[in-house]
Design a protein around this ligand. Sequence first.
Ligand SMILES: C[S@@+](CC[C@H](N)C(=O)[O-])C[C@H]1O[C@@H](n2cnc3c(N)ncnc32)[C@H](O)[C@@H]1O
Ligand code: SF4
Length: 457
Amino acid sequence: MSAFPPPPTLEPAQAEESHLTKGLVRLTMVCNERCPFCNVPAEDFPAAPTPEEVIDGQIAALLAEGGRTLTISGGEPTLLRRRLLNTIRRARAAGVPLVELQTNAILITPDYAAAMAEAGLTSAFVSLLSHVPEHHDLLAGLDGAFPRCLAGLDALLAAGVRVTLNPVLAAPTQTLLPDYLRFVAERLPGVRSVSVSAVQPHGRARANLHLLPDYALLGPAVREAQGLAAALGIELLNPYCGLPLCVGWADAQDRSVEALEAEIGGAKALNIQNEHNKRQGAPCLRCALRTRCGGAWVEYWAERGGSGLEAPLRAAPPWSLEAADPGAQVISDTLDTLRSDDAPTRWWHTAALAPGDAARLLGSAATDLALRLDPQDRATLIELRRLQRAQAEASPQLRRRVWLWIDTTGHDEAQVLELARLAAALDAHGLTLKGAAPRLRRALALALPSLHLELLP
Ligand SMILES: C[S@@+](CC[C@H](N)C(=O)[O-])C[C@H]1O[C@@H](n2cnc3c(N)ncnc32)[C@H](O)[C@@H]1O
Ligand code: SF4
């Protein structure tokens, strides 16, 4: 019997859904596997274990911040048995309700698992990298790791520890998630939750970018897995540092950590871009979900050219000939009537800005400004500059997107180009030019590649 009262009953999704209430300690950076994608490879860190007083300080800090889950990771924390059991015990005794172990599980025997449960361990996050033994061993960098990981999982489940699996999808496994789930349902029926992470381009993975999955192949596999998981009673999660919403998560935002945290708001949620390691790109320009998605890893855009990324729900400004998708947006002529649960994209449609409108826009629920701009209207231009300055430091998905409509009827080519440059200088995302000659499209697109351009007769 555990010496600690059972933790409050939480469904796996509740326990995992927010990284905002989690704290991480790394017991040691030494590891007994050599995953070619490891984001914290042993060779980049000192071999000495983290001193116990440092860990105690981290536990105290977690509690002081109102945290709920202590994640014990590494390296491989099970290499230091006594220290690991002590850490679990001390965290629970200090009042941490949930203690999670991140492990490759290959050292976990029934006796070790029982000792951890007795110490107060509540969940384990296990790197079962594939259901295909050769793939698992390749990705773990260790021959024979697969049966040892399964034995460790059996031991954890038998000890009553709740298990979430982490397959870390990579190029060799990117289409196999549905088969992985079938394997889990049959071989590990005690597992009710799988965190659908994919290789992030950090640490050793930076030198092995060929392991990055191709989202054009991964996306369909994730979508198929969503239905299958529901039928099998397995909860799928899109973790922090996870997949863009268009890679199988557009219809499962309630299980997608970045989308949930973007909705909650607050200082930490500003980190939806993962410390600027992610960014949005051309396919995101019309994406109605872009305020809830960090986009893709910067390296993904460079390495895979954005393959498989495509707006799952498209927005369009009020004047556009391009249709918006049903449910994508609402449009209002008054700012105050917009509500944050109206639709993912919420347009404020106006023809002029008055002093103070930039601040009102930033304080409102509007996500996008659709402005029919008269380029001679200096007051509006000044307010647009004010808006641009006010949100220069914000992550792109939190910025209010600006789309401009300009009547260029009767303007010559040079004047049209100048107006388009003005729009780009004001950080506009989209530009609609009424009356511009269609032959100007190429020159405009070449001069301003990051603007979504529309020419209306
Ligand atoms: C660094 S490991 C340490 C814990 C333990 N040794 C293990 O393998 O589970 C922590 C977690 O990060 C995951 N991970 C490591 N490198 C990653 C990467 N490049 N992308 C995504 N997840 C990664 C692992 O699978 C594991 O779930
Ligand atoms: S913002 Fe970009 S990466 Fe995210 S769902 Fe939309 S199109 Fe995909």
